[in-house]
Design a protein around this ligand. Structure first.
Ligand SMILES: [Zn+2]
Ligand SMILES: [Zn+2]
Ligand SMILES: [Zn+2]
Length: 101
């Protein structure tokens, strides 16, 4: 076990060591791929055992580098405003919200 800093946070999480990565080419800690949610804060969901990325609207989306998401062990279901797929602008976000209401 070792400590690693979650991206864009001051939080250190105890994680597996680098040589114990289950999928070395994709790990939320040791091998972050170049996905568009990289600018979002990481947030670890202890209840679910997955890493999330918190978008600028405060909504958590599963980190695409999470092994449970990649292997579909976790269904990845979440309350989504679309920031998973690409950045929603504030305008798009508000539009989406207004359409629901
Ligand atoms: Zn790892
Ligand atoms: Zn999402
Ligand atoms: Zn969002």
């Amino acid at each position: 076990m070792e400590y690693a800093r979650l991206e864009h946070t001051q939080i250190d999480l105890r994680v597996h060591e680098k040589d114990e990565c289950q999928i070395p080419e994709a790990c939320t800690i040791h091998h972050r791929t170049d996905h568009h949610m990289r600018s979002f804060k990481q947030f670890y969901r202890f209840d679910r055992g997955i890493m999330e990325r918190i978008c600028t609207h405060g909504i958590g989306h599963p980190d695409p580098d999470d092994i449970s998401i990649i292997r579909k062990v976790d269904d990845g279901v979440h309350n989504c405003d679309g920031c998973c797929f690409r950045f929603a602008t504030d305008e798009e976000y508000n539009d989406a919200k207004n359409q629901v209401e």
